[in-house]
Design a protein around this ligand. Structure first.
Ligand SMILES: *Cc1c(COP(=O)(O)O)cnc(C)c1O
Length: 378
C-alpha cells in the first residue's frame, strides 16, 4: 500500500478520461449516450448502474467519481461523497433507519437533523449513558470525537463495545481528526462521517461531506438514495475538493503541530493570564491513555478557551490580527469564534480556535498581544 501523501495524489489515476495531468473541471449536467451501446436502465445491473459512463450529474459525475476513489483509499472503506456534512449525516439516518438513536455532545446541525426525523417519524432519542438500558439490534449510536467545540476526545472503543453488545451500530463523526490523526476503524466504528468542508477542503471555499462504510452494498445503496435526495457534491466543488486533497496531509499535520504549540503556550501561561483565561480545552491536555492511542497521528487542530465574561470575549476577538473572527474550522487560515454568535447551547464565554497553516510563533504572539491587553485592562 502506498502512503497517505502518495494516495492523495494518485488514487484517482485510474479514473483519468483525458491525457490532462490536472483533471478537467466538468460542468456538464448531462452526458451523451453511446448510441452504439444502448442498454435500457431496466436491463442494467442495479448494483453497478452508477459505475459506468456518466449520464446525469445528480447520479454521478467524473470528479465525484475521482473523489470517491481517493476517499475510499485514504479512509479505508467505501466512500460516498455528498454536498455537505449535514447531507452525509442525513443520508446515514435515511439508510440505516434506526428506531432509536443514542447521541451525545455533537454538532448542532446533526442534532437538528435527528430532531426533524423524531418530529416526523418518531425516531426515539436517548443519551449515550442509556445505550445499555435501551439499545436494540439495528439502533444507531452517534458519537463525535474529538468533539465540537472543545477539541477533547471520548473513548471510541468504549462506545463501540457498548453498541455492539446490543446489536447496534456505531457512527462516528471524525471531522475534527481526519487521518492520519485518527483512524476510527481501529476502535470498532461501523460508519465514519466527515464534514469535508473542514480539513479535507481546507481553504474555506467549498461544502462537502463524506460517509465511509466497510460494506460495498451499503455504499452502493447510499449512492442510489443520493440520486433522489439530490445530495451529490456539486461539479465545481468536486474539482476544488480534489485539488485540496493533493496537499491535505501536509496541511493537517502542520495545523495539528501548530495547535499543540499554541495550546502548550496557553497552558504554560495560564497563571500569567489569570484574569482572562478561565478554562482551556484540548485533547493534548487530556491524560487518559485512550486519547493518545486514538489520536496516534496527532491532536486535533481545534481547541477552546473560556474567558471570564462575555465582554472579554468581544474584546479578545477584536484584538487578534491573524485569527479571523468567523465560524467554521479546518482551513489554512486560523479562525477564532465566540461561539455565542452561532450556538446558544454552549458556555457563552467560550472561544473556539481552529489553527491554520501559518507559523506557530506568529500565532502565539498574536494571542499573547490580545491576552496582555486584556490582562492589563482588568
Ligand atoms: C461542520 C460540521 C458538520 C456539518 O458539516 P457541513 O459541511 O457544514 O454540512 C458536521 N459535524 C461536524 C463535527 C462539523 O464540524
Amino acid at each position: 500500500m502506498p502512503h497517505l501523501s502518495t494516495t492523495l495524489i494518485h488514487a484517482d489515476d485510474k479514473n483519468n478520461r483525458v491525457s490532462d495531468v490536472a483533471p478537467p473541471i466538468n460542468v456538464a449536467t448531462t452526458y451523451r449516450y453511446d448510441n452504439n451501446n444502448l442498454i435500457p436502465w431496466a436491463e442494467q445491473d442495479e448494483m453497478t448502474v452508477l459505475e459506468g459512463e456518466p449520464v446525469y450529474s445528480r447520479e454521478a459525475h467524473p470528479n465525484c467519481t475521482r473523489l470517491e476513489s481517493i476517499f475510499s483509499e485514504i479512509l479505508e472503506g467505501h466512500a460516498v461523497v455528498y454536498n455537505s456534512g449535514c447531507s452525509a449525516y442525513h443520508a446515514a439516518l435515511v439508510h440505516y433507519n434506526p428506531k432509536r438513536l443514542f447521541i451525545g455532545q455533537s454538532y448542532f446541525g446533526c442534532q437538528a437533523i435527528a430532531d426533524m426525523i423524531t418530529r416526523n417519524y418518531g425516531l426515539e432519542q436517548h443519551p449515550l449513558e442509556d445505550i445499555e438500558k435501551y439499545a436494540q439490534k439495528g439502533d444507531l449510536v452517534h458519537i463525535e470525537t474529538p468533539v465540537n467545540p472543545y477539541g477533547t476526545s471520548i473513548d471510541i472503543q468504549e462506545f463501540a463495545d457498548k453498541a455492539h453488545s446490543k446489536g447496534a451500530l456505531l457512527l462516528i463523526d471524525s471531522t475534527f481528526a481526519p487521518p492520519p490523526l485518527q483512524k476510527p476503524w481501529d476502535f470498532g466504528a461501523d460508519i465514519i462521517m466527515h464534514s469535508a468542508t473542514k480539513f479535507f477542503g481546507g481553504h474555506s471555499d467549498l461544502l462537502s461531506g463524506v460517509l465511509v462504510v466497510k460494506d460495498q452494498t451499503a455504499a452502493r445503496e447510499m449512492r442510489h438514495d443520493r440520486i433522489h435526495l439530490g445530495t451529490i457534491i456539486g461539479n465545481l466543488e468536486s474539482f476544488l475538493l480534489m485539488r485540496s486533497l493533493r496537499t491535505f496531509e501536509m496541511r493537517v499535520l502542520q495545523q495539528s503541530k501548530n495547535a499543540c504549540k499554541v495550546v502548550k503556550f496557553l497552558e504554560e501561561n495560564k497563571e500569567k493570564y489569570n484574569k482572562v483565561i478561565r478554562i482551556l480545552y484540548h485533547s493534548s491536555l487530556q491524560t487518559e491513555p485512550f486519547v493518545t492511542k486514538q489520536l496516534a497521528g496527532g491532536s486535533t487542530p481545534v481547541f477552546s478557551i473560556c474567558l471570564m465574561d462575555q465582554g472579554q470575549c468581544k474584546k479578545f476577538v477584536s484584538k487578534l490580527k491573524y485569527f479571523q473572527h468567523a465560524t467554521s474550522l479546518g482551513g489554512v487560515e486560523s479562525l477564532v469564534e465566540w461561539r455565542a454568535m452561532s450556538d446558544d447551547t454552549i458556555d457563552q464565554t467560550l472561544l473556539r480556535f481552529s489553527v491554520g497553516c501559518e507559523n506557530a510563533a506568529d500565532l502565539i504572539s498574536d494571542l499573547a498581544n490580545a491576552l496582555d491587553s486584556l490582562q492589563g485592562s482588568n
